[in-house]
Design a protein around this ligand. Structure first.
Ligand code: KG4
Ligand code: ZN
Length: 344
């Protein structure tokens, strides 16, 4: 049994966790930065990096304390090395390197996306490779065939915004606050999902890529027209996103090679409508549906520790001069989606 310390700091959550290779989560400490970013309606990279510097070391101490272990008991240190906001990534990775050097422990440089991709296996021990993963968060919107640690085939990505980003931007337009996902879901509960005509970008196309920028613009126009209530726009927007996710995942299921399950991860997986629709799609295909508990779906360090455990077990450790990366695709061979912007 191996004990892994995981560190996460690639966006606006600072986190440290201790997880064992037999899936015990001994501690997971997390500090969000929502209040610091709220006045700006989105994550400000420089504010995020400074906040990580302030809270990461005390969080690590708290996690070790909660778990009742010392750094000497740890078998490897796993830190997110990208992709993400580079200032924050560097804070976590440099801290991980310093601890690895001081305690003479191996370092595992974890791709944040791999953290999300493998996290369902921390919660569901029976989940076997390969599975089809819909990764939907504020920074990512991808369909991945997860074959094993370090072994991914990307079937689709977004050509513009991520689904969570569309929730956040639409919430801003509708005056619903930040973070947008939960606010839109609450407003949507009081609205009619079929009331406001909104586009379903790329639905019906043969490749399972995503696009949400046009939908966000349509939300803005609908709001400015003054014809519909915020609740009806929120509900119709959420329905449009669900329709897109469902149609695209259906195409990916056709392209995936004998997946054992349909799995969802990332912050948007917290959305009840999204989960219900995917569950129905999995059932339609006779596949189990796996969604990790919500706290494991959004950014956290337990998923980084677990990805570290899987990589460590496979002999995949990294030298102390490994670089932090703002962009780091999981599947280096995947072709860029046509019209792709800057998303990894
Ligand atoms: O995985 P995550 O915590 O961070 C990233 O790596 O991006 O995902 C955060 C994203 C945000 O865009 C947030 O608005 C969205 O997940 N989100 C939701 C819900 N809860 C969080 N989107 C829709 N419905 C929700 N209930
Ligand atoms: Zn994430």
């Amino acid at each position: 049994m191996a004990l892994i310390l995981g560190l996460e700091s690639s966006c606006d959550e600072t986190a440290a966790a201790l997880v064992t290779s037999d899936r015990q989560i001994l501690a997971h400490a997390l500090a969000g930065q929502e209040a610091a970013h709220r006045p700006f309606g989105g994550v400000v990279p420089e504010i995020a990096a400074r906040a990580h510097v302030e809270v990461l070391t005390p969080l690590i101490a708290r996690a070790l304390d909660e778990a009742g272990v010392t750094l000497g008991d740890v078998d490897a240190i796993a830190a997110t090395a990208g992709p993400g906001l580079i200032g924050g990534v560097m804070v976590g990775l440099v801290t991980g390197k310093a601890l690895a050097l001081a305690a003479a422990k191996p370092l595992v440089a974890v791709n944040h996306l791999e953290g999300h991709a493998l996290s369902p296996r921390l919660a569901a021990p029976d989940l076997a490779f390969p599975y089809l993963l819909l990764l939907v968060s504020g920074g990512h919107c991808q369909l991945l065939e997860v074959r094993g640690p370090g072994d991914y085939r990307r079937l689709a990505t977004t050509i513009d915004d991520a689904a969570g980003e569309a929730f956040d931007k639409s919430a801003k337009v509708l005056g619903l606050g930040f973070p947008g996902g939960p606010a839109v879901e609450r407003a949507a509960a009081a609205g009619d999902p079929h009331r406001v005509p909104l586009p379903r970008p790329l639905v019906g196309s043969g490749e399972p890529h995503f696009s949400f920028a046009g939908l966000k613009s349509a939300v803005l126009r609908a709001h400015e027209s003054g014809r519909w209530s915020v609740e009806d726009i929120a509900a119709s927007f959420q329905q449009a996103v669900i329709d897109c996710l469902l149609d695209r995942t259906r195409i990916a299921l056709r392209k995936a090679q004998r997946p054992t399950a349909l799995v969802v991860a990332g912050g948007v997986a917290a959305n009840n409508g999204v989960r219900a629709a995917l569950q129905a799609l999995a059932a339609e295909h006779g596949l189990p549906f796996v969604a990790p508990p919500l706290w494991l779906c959004t950014d956290n360090a337990a998923m980084i520790a677990w990805a570290g455990a899987e990589r460590f077990a496979a002999g995949l450790t990294d030298p102390l001069d490994v670089a932090a990366r703002a962009r780091w695709p999981l599947d280096a061979d995947a072709e860029a989606a046509r019209g792709a912007g800057v998303k990894a």
